[in-house]
Design a protein around this ligand. Structure first.
Ligand code: ZN
Length: 73
């Protein structure tokens, strides 16, 4: 049996990272809470303004399962 397609995800501090932009507020204006990712170490977040809207940009390891969920949603 080959396990070539099942390599261990690289979620260490020096793993390649990718970002996803999330809305910072719900429709009614309440803010979302941001919790550090438990599945990857390089996780961090920044606030960005895109076309006047404030967004939360989360950075994860590219292999992070949370990140994969976020970008496939
Ligand atoms: Zn993550």
């Amino acid at each position: 049996m080959s396990d070539a397609g099942k390599r261990k995800p690289n979620v260490t501090y020096n793993a390649p990272i990718g970002s996803v932009d999330l809305v910072a507020f719900k429709e009614d204006g309440t803010s979302y809470e941001i919790w550090a990712c438990l599945d990857c170490l390089p996780w961090h977040a920044e606030l960005v303004r895109v076309e006047g809207e404030l967004l939360v940009r989360e950075w994860h390891a590219v292999d992070c399962p949370q990140f994969q969920n976020l970008i496939s949603a």
